[in-house]
Design a protein around this ligand. Structure first.
Ligand code: GAP
Length: 434
């Protein structure tokens, strides 16, 4: 059964209260489109990255990782088309001075003040400009990267030679990206600073059918990934682009969409980019980026299939999808791979040193093998409540009997079932569940 959808207010309130996500620079009134991750959020974010990296890179023999710089030569962004085309059409309201994306308007009335005083749409480039070095002039001007993909295209030759890979193979990268979005919003759904996880999968350009097959493969693979991490299948759907909606260089693009509290929206894009990017960089740089196959002596520029998603947007989906309000608690049914803490260890009481010491010893012994947290504040009921809200799959309580019998209570987040487990077998027991 699908869980009822939470509201965005419920998600943002929980995220702030429990230390997942805070507004950036809040004591100065915040800054629109920028967010900070708190102690629990940063663990969840690491797990999201790690789940992607493990499944897309570590467990595969046809993908290798790379990390390219956030600021690149400005020529990269001219060649990629970002300087000319990475724009949204915007309008300003002459009365209230607010700015809107033209494609978000439903009439000629200002959505904020209601006046019909909107300007004509103008193109607005989403890249953040910056200067490199001491001189602030046109020669030193460049941009914060709006995507990580271009780093992988310009390093394509160095990377495939170093990794001794031949198409079909992929380069994967996780890293920050910056876009001066006109209307950031819906919490971390659309931010101005966010993190991308991108895979550029290089395939021989011929036969064309083979590239399309790889595109379908990656759409299925990515959907499987979301399902494997517990996202409810009926909240995910494919959106296939066709005709004029397809970029001119793309022969197939599919978005995976999620049913957010504010409606269906993009979660991840899987684009067949053809040979567009490498061709652009060859032409602009004058460098040969083609792949040379030592065996067949074939030389070609590969085509690219690109699954790309935002870490923050993925994290938002995991939070929304896992959220469930029950009569007596709120629980995040996060997949154990994603849960910020795998196990919380409690002493039943704070005033019995033997119990507190044993609980602390158990928690320390588990630390090297799984992410743990020690909690001795409030009563056990309050601690369960807190751990349920941050999605901790297991809580271990050390009580009076533990001192006699060398065992503890292990409580399951989802079923609330409790079992007694011998301390000697605790690690093995938890590992078996996680
Ligand atoms: N290289 C391809 C590329 O960048 P994109 O569709 O512009 O494609 C990929 O972005 C993914 O990045 C999106 O599907 C979304 O998950 C995430 N994303 C894009 N813009 C974002 C923003 N302003 N804030 C948060 N996530 C964003």
């Amino acid at each position: 059964m699908t869980r009822p959808k939470p509201t965005m207010e419920e998600i943002t309130a929980l995220a702030k209260r429990r230390g997942f996500i805070f507004p950036s620079s809040e004591i100065y009134g915040g800054i629109n489109g920028f967010w900070d991750y708190g102690p629990v959020g940063v663990e969840l974010k690491r797990n999201v990255r790690e789940a992607w990296w493990r499944d897309m890179v570590t467990l595969r023999d046809d993908v290798v990782g790379i990390e390219t710089s956030l600021i690149m030569h400005p020529g990269v962004w001219r060649a990629s088309g970002h300087v000319e085309n990475f724009t949204d059409m915007m309008v300003d309201c002459k009365t209230c001075k607010k700015r809107f994306r033209a494609d978000h308007l439903t009439s000629d009335q200002c959505p904020s003040c209601g006046n019909r005083t909107l300007t004509e749409p103008r193109a607005f480039n989403l890249m953040f400009r910056t200067y490199v070095g001491a001189m602030e002039d046109a020669t030193s001007e460049t941009y914060l990267r709006p995507e990580t993909a271009q780093g992988m295209f310009v390093d394509f030759k160095l990377a495939y030679q170093a990794a001794r890979k031949k198409p079909p193979f992929g380069l994967a990268q996780i890293g920050k990206a910056f876009r001066n979005e006109i209307t950031p919003g819906n919490f971390i759904f659309r931010s101005r600073e966010f993190e991308l996880m991108e895979l550029e999968f290089f395939v021989p350009p011929e036969p064309a059918e083979e590239g399309l097959r790889w595109h379908r493969y990656w759409v299925d693979e990515r959907l499987r990934w979301w399902h494997s991490l517990g996202v409810q299948p009926e909240r995910l759907r494919r959106h296939e682009y066709s005709g004029a909606d397809l970029a001119h260089y793309s022969s197939a693009t599919t978005d995976l969409e999620y049913d957010y509290p504010f409606g269906w929206g993009e979660l991840e894009g899987i684009a067949h980019r053809g040979c567009y990017d490498l061709t652009q960089h060859v032409e602009a740089s004058g460098k040969d980026l083609s792949f040379f196959d030592e065996e067949s002596k074939a030389k070609y520029l590969p085509a690219v299939v690109e699954p790309a998603l935002g870490v923050d947007r993925a994290l938002l989906v995991f939070l929304i999808d896992a959220y469930e309000k029950e009569a007596d608690r709120t629980v995040l049914r996060l997949h154990p791979r994603l849960a910020p803490y795998k196990v919380a260890v409690f002493p039943l009481v704070r005033n019995k040193p033997d119990i507190v010491e044993l609980a602390a010893k158990i928690e320390r012994s588990l630390r090297p093998v799984m992410r743990t947290v020690f909690d001795d504040s409030g009563n056990v009921g309050k601690r369960y409540y807190r751990q349920d809200e941050i999605g901790t799959p297991y809580c271990v309580t050390v009580d009076y009997d533990s001192l006699q019998n060398n065992d503890v209570t292990v409580r399951d987040r989802d079923s609330k079932a409790q079992v007694r487990v011998s301390i000697d077998k605790l690690e093995e027991h938890l590992r078996g569940q996680l």
